[in-house]
Design a protein around this ligand. Structure first.
Ligand code: FE2
Length: 306
């Protein structure tokens, strides 16, 4: 019998107000530097060349099958580089019962990888056991907030650690939303204790698609809750932008990155490329650019801006 099917959804309002020991004990994850999303195309180059990348983000689901080359390769990369786990199937906002088999898989992988943190997205990905493999948006209502907080608390208690949640790119908005996305994320982080992964490209994409100012979003997120930046490319269709991750980071998003590090400070940053994947050297140029900009914009570690 599926474990998840025996467990009802937690009562949202009750759990949402329950203080979480895991969240209270959570220490802010460390600054890792400037990293890259690990992709199979680069396994050999990384293992043979030890490129100057500070850390890697791995897609959790790619390594949740026992054995095989991906897991063996990941073991070797973990010996050399700090790693964080980034999932796409947590479906934290879903109203379906929590998938404890998936959560156990995440926990087992984390035991092996010892990631600096585990992240996923503020979204839902399916219902009735179906994974639609898309990061679907939610209405920003008080009811949804209570529900997601209860789910985050449940996941954090199961994993024994605070998780990190990312803002997704969106293409629709809900008429019944009662708050902005940045207000929702801020409250979610404050009340559940989860940390935030601030995807700068996603903010740019959503701001364009919905006609608001990306800086309003950026300034609405509490600086002390952000532990990671994503930088990625997109496809501009003229009337709207699609978050394809198949292009280099565009100049507007680099400008937003400058504004983000001015507001959030030293935050672990990585280049996220998922399609049309170029040789490693090409992505290294983008990783180096994140480092160069941060070093130019921020005072040296240990010194305060005058
Ligand atoms: Fe992202």
């Amino acid at each position: 019998m599926n474990v998840a099917s025996r467990l009802p959804n937690p009562p949202a309002a009750a759990l949402a107000e329950r203080p979480s020991k895991t969240a209270r004990d959570s220490v802010k994850p460390p600054f890792l530097g400037f990293g890259l999303g690990l992709r199979a195309q680069h396994y050999d180059e990384i293992l043979n060349g030890n490129p100057p990348i500070d850390w890697f983000e791995v897609i959790s689901e790619n390594y949740m099958l026992p054995g095989g080359r991906p897991l063996r390769t990941l073991d070797r990369i973990c010996e050399r580089y700090p790693v964080v786990m980034h999932g796409v199937s947590l479906s934290i906002a879903s109203t379906a019962p929590p998938n404890f088999e998936y959560l156990q898989g995440l926990k087992d992988l984390a035991r092996r990888v010892e990631p600096k943190w585990i992240s996923d997205h503020l979204c839902w990905t399916g219902v009735h056991g179906k994974n639609l493999h898309d990061l679907l948006p939610i209405p920003y209502t008080q009811e949804a907030l209570d529900h997601v907080i209860s789910r985050v608390q449940l996941v954090q208690e199961f994993l024994g650690r605070a998780i990190v949640l990312e803002n997704v790119s969106t293409y629709i908005q809900f008429n019944n939303s009662e708050m902005t996305e940045w207000e929702f994320l801020s409250e979610l982080s404050r009340r559940s204790g989860c940390w935030l992964l601030f995807d700068i490209n996603n903010v740019y994409v959503s701001a364009f698609n919905h006609g608001y100012d990306a800086m309003t979003f950026l300034n609405g997120i509490p600086a002390d809750r952000v532990v990671q930046f994503h930088m990625a490319g997109h496809s501009h269709m003229g009337t709207h932008i699609i978050d394809t991750h198949d292009h280099p980071v565009c100049e507007d998003v680099w400008d937003l990155y400058v504004a983000a590090i001015k507001r959030f400070g030293r935050v672990s940053t990585m280049i996220e490329r998922d399609d049309n994947i170029p040789p490693l050297d090409e992505l290294l140029l983008e990783v180096n650019r994140t480092r160069e900009i941060a070093e130019r914009v921020l005072p040296p570690a240990g010194k305060r801006a005058g």
